[in-house]
Design a protein around this ligand. Structure first.
Ligand SMILES: Nc1ncnc2c1ncn2[C@@H]1O[C@H](COP(=O)(O)OP(=O)(O)OP(=O)(O)O)[C@@H](O)[C@H]1O
Ligand SMILES: [Mg+2]
Length: 209
């Protein structure tokens, strides 16, 4: 069975699509990866189209089938891929609920500030109701700050799983995205490339645990 990793967070701009693209790019060389874009904005579709049009990086599967056909599409992707990454919209609708139900791991990016953690509440409740494994990760996090420590303490205090590698606020993410690439492909030896490779490893480990 393929691993299904659903990236969800009701807060807009938290980094869901950036994560889906970069995780897919990081794993593409070693795994059969498929992306499923169920966000009507279709930003991930555009990233994938750029990648394909320019023949960049290892090919990655892509689908944007949603609605009542979503479960059948997931069954099809299960046969084609080792890892399926689902990018969801910034709200919990019927599709996002289906995507969480199907997940081996629900990945929730949060920027280290209270509103981002509050915005994750709906996803946390749904994932718990569906008995899905959850991992949070800090995105756009400063190396050290009082706020980051406070958020980390709150997450740990609630017995939620926080991935150890965090992502900094770096232009390399936007630059790679604009080329249909991931930072592990465009800038493997920079801070972005190194931190993202560590994150990709930690996500896979958690999803397989
Ligand atoms: N760690 C980061 N460093 C710098 N820029 C980032 C980082 N993470 C995300 N961004 C940028 O922030 C913006 C929002 O990210 P993204 O589109 O991935 O968020 P999202 O959660 O998918 O948003 P939406 O809910 O609207 O779908 C993008 O321009 C992206 O390039
Ligand atoms: Mg998005």
């Amino acid at each position: 069975m393929a691993l299904v990793i659903t990236i969800a967070q009701q807060k807009g701009g938290a980094g869901k699509t950036m994560l889906a693209a970069n995780l897919a790019a990081a794993w593409a060389a070693t795994h059969r990866v498929a992306l499923l874009d169920i966000d009507p904005q279709r930003s991930l579709k555009r990233w994938h189209a750029l990648r394909t049009a320019h023949g960049r990086g290892t090919p990655i599967g892509f689908s944007d089938v949603s609605g009542w056909r979503l479960p059948t599409e997931l069954d099809r992707l299960q046969r084609e891929a080792d890892i399926i990454l689902i990018d969801t919209p910034p709200q919990i609708d019927a599709d996002a609920t289906r995507a969480i139900r199907a997940a081996s791991l629900v990945l929730i990016p949060i920027q280290p500030s209270p509103p981002d953690l509050w915005a994750a509440e709906g996803t946390l409740i749904l994932a718990a109701a569906e008995r899905r494994r959850v991992a949070l990760l800090l995105n756009r996090a400063p190396a050290k700050s009082r706020l980051r420590t406070a958020i980390e303490n709150e997450i740990n205090g609630r017995q939620l799983h926080l991935l150890a590698p965090a992502l900094g606020n770096r232009t390399a993410y936007a630059q790679a995205f604009a080329q249909g690439m991931g930072v592990t492909e465009t800038a493997p030896r920079t801070a972005a490339g190194v931190e993202f490779a560590a994150l990709a490893e930690a996500v896979l480990e958690t999803a397989r645990a």
